[in-house]
Ligand binder design. Structure first.
Ligand code: OXT
Ligand code: ADP
Ligand code: MG
Length: 575
């Protein structure tokens, strides 16, 4: 015992450091202020020490939710969101979020403790044994493992740079248990740390690509700008607004780009989506991909008229991914938009006014069609009646962050609720993944200090609902509205072959509000738009953790919301 103590006891304690402290110091040196995670072997002490050192460490109930929080923190701040997990199962729980971050181009670092390399590699059955690095590599932008304390600085620096430079994405950092306790000379340790300088350097577009893009834009009679969440991420809000207004081109915001310019802006074509996709002749994409959400840039949704695409993106390989891009502009959006504005000069001729007029007419027609539906006071509520009141609440509180997931709950909320400011709408993203809601709500409250309104389908909420305890524990200003229609898409499906419930149906009349009450928050059961309005207003005023069980007509939803056309049966019918 005494001999062991002698071996590990530092000769001069103040001159030594260890893995724990080096990781914390490296994080602080690089401005990492928050960690989202779940404690356990081998990272429990690390979490405690990070907290003691002034880093905010938020403990979740499941790593996937902590990961979604880290991913959206990356989107909101342009710095990598950090998720911390234990080995194998905790790591795997966090991995979905890491893959989601990569798919959505959000900077995030998943840091997982891991078992001893020697035992893992010989597959000798260590505690939570898994070759995590090998598994992670296929799911993220980059993956690194640090074996020696003196490499911690470099390891974290590589992870940060990989996450935020170029196209942002998810990075995995593997920290084996032994690393944390490794001791080294404190001066050498300090020297080994790296402060990442200019982690996401500006990437300037070539002048030729700017001239080409403007030539194509000039030739347009019916131009369209599509703003994607890359444009929201870029935080070049003023320049993007200036480009849209100077060009006079209608703009279509993708879901998480809503609010980059207000949805009520006279050039917003969000409520004339089909028309602008079909009828436009030149489309300028800014931080949006021609993936499934835009029907891959071809087919019925895009009409028969020939189109030319201009695409602004930091990732050169995105160009021509689905259709020919007539004018690729490769660079960061801030630099590209600034260069376009500069080259447009003072005498740019705005887009033809008859085109903007046609778009406005279609938009006004759709808005007028929807208006009466939003005013209904039906009991049980339908989606529009409930969303009508929530729409006003967001209008009155444009700084609040809106989190949104579900199928009908997602699609109808997106259409009904106007956004007024950038990065205020957070949702399921590129994969349409359920379960992001509570992680996003928590990170939004923590990172922005704003109040959060989370509009959740009852199924979507079920993927992450246990985090209401986390919301109560940290006393976060989050108001959750569960659109409870007794199931996935609707609650009226039946199983004709037996006594089990239908695969899409849940317990009828469930009271999700009781879950919030169980942890000391406010729970409300709302059966009419008026009740809903009162409860949400009270929650948004007080900032108290609140869950409102909004009782929605179980028959109100449609299969898969607005993407029923993607179900295999519908695809077969189309052929
Ligand atoms: O121009 P036209 O005339 O066409 O009209 C358009 C606009 O112009 C107009 N519009 C407006 N009109 C008036 N006023 C205003 N303000 C206005 N704004 C717009 O409205 C229409 C529609 O406009 P929109 O929405 O812009 O256009 P459109 O055509 O819908 O856009 C196409 C898309 C593809 C871009 C859009 O639909 C979109 O972004 N969709 C995203 C869809 C998505 O990601 N869905 C989530 C996944 S669904 C499914 O997979 C689910 N699962 C399976 C599952 C998942 N996902 N994940 C995991 C981990 N496991 C399993 C599950 C389990 S959903 C789900 C749960 C569902 O149940 P819930 O209980 O949670 O939810 P409920 O359904 O509510 O019960
Ligand atoms: P949406 O789903 O809103 O259409 P996507 O996630 O499909 O948006 O597209 C986002 C695009 O933005 C990605 O192709 C990504 O490379 C790009 N991007 C992200 N950040 C930047 C940036 N700072 N500058 C340029 N492009 C960016
Ligand atoms: Mg539902």
């Amino acid at each position: 015992m005494a001999e062991a103590a002698l071996k590990t006891a530092p000769e001069k304690e103040e001159e030594l450091t260890d893995g724990f402290n080096l990781i914390i110091d490296a994080m602080k040196l690089n401005g990492i202020q928050t960690i989202y995670g779940v404690p356990g072997i081998p990272i429990t002490d690390f979490g405690r020490m990070a907290q003691a050192a002034g880093i905010r460490v938020l403990s979740f109930r499941h790593e996937q939710n902590a990961g979604y929080a880290a991913a959206i923190a990356g989107f909101l701040t342009r710095r990598p969101g950090i998720c911390l997990t234990v080995s194998a199962p905790g790591f795997l729980n966090g991995l979905t979020a890491l893959a989601h971050a990569t798919t959505n181009c959000f900077p995030m670092i998943l840091i997982s403790g891991s078992s001893e390399r020697e035992i893992v590699d010989l597959q000798q059955g260590d505690y939570e044994e898994m070759d995590q690095l090998a598994v992670a590599k296929t799911m993220c932008k980059a993956a690194y493992r640090v074996l020696h304390a003196q490499d911690i600085g470099i390891g974290l620096a590589r992870a940060i740079r990989a996450a935020v430079s170029g196209r942002p994405g998810g990075v995995y950092l593997d920290l084996p248990a032994k690393l944390f306790g490794q001791v080294m000379d404190a001066t050498a340790g300090k020297k080994s740390l790296v402060k990442v300088i200019d982690a996401a350097p500006a990437q300037l577009p070539s002048p030729a690509s700017i001239a080409r893009a403007l030539d194509v834009l000039k030739s347009a009679r019916k131009p369209l700008i599509i703003l994607g969440k890359g444009a929201a991420y870029a935080q070049a809000d003023d320049a993007i607004k200036a480009l849209v207004e100077k060009s006079g081109v209608p703009f279509l915001p993708m879901s998480m780009a809503k609010g980059l310019l207000p949805d009520t802006h006279p050039q917003c074509a969000g409520a004339a989506r089909s028309t602008v996709l079909k009828d436009s002749d030149v489309v300028m994409m800014i931080g949006a991909r021609l993936n499934w959400l835009l029907s891959h840039g071809k087919g019925r949704a895009w009409g028969d008229a020939p189109k030319k695409f201009i695409q602004i993106d930091i990732e050169p390989r995105e160009m021509d991914s689905n259709v020919e891009i007539a004018a690729p502009v490769v660079g960061d959006i801030g630099s590209c938009v600034a260069a376009l504005l500069d080259a447009m000069g003072g005498n740019w001729t705005k887009a033809p006014s008859d085109w903007m007029g046609a778009v406005t007419a279609k938009r006004e027609e759709n808005v007028a069609k929807m208006a009466p539906r939003l005013m209904n006071n039906n009991n049980p509520m339908d989606y529009h009646g409930a969303l009508g009141v929530l729409r006003t609440i967001i209008k009155e509180r444009p700084d609040a962050v809106l989190v949104n997931e579900g199928a009908n709950t997602l699609d109808l909320t997106r259409g009904v609720i106007d956004m007024y400011k950038p990065r205020k709408r957070l949702d399921v993203g590129t994969w349409g993944v359920m379960g992001v809601g509570m992680g996003q709500a928590i990170a939004a409250a923590v990172e922005t200090g704003s109040k959060v309104l989370a509009i959740e389908g009852d199924s979507a909420f079920g993927f992450c609902g246990m985090e209401v305890e986390t919301i109560c524990r940290y006393n976060l200003p989050v108001c959750i509205v569960v659109f409870n229609n007794d199931g996935i898409y609707r609650g009226t499906d039946t199983n004709k072959a037996g006594s089990d419930p239908a695969t899409t149906a849940f317990v009828k009349g469930a009271r999700y509000d009781k879950m919030m009450e169980a942890f000391g928050g406010t729970g409300v059961n709302a059966t009419t738009p008026d009740e809903l309005k009162r409860a949400v207003n009270a929650a948004m005023d007080s900032g108290k953790p609140t869950l409102i069980n909004a009782v929605i007509d179980p028959a109100a939803g449609s299969e898969s919301g607005r993407i029923g056309n993607l179900n295999p049966q519908s695809r077969l019918k189309k052929k």
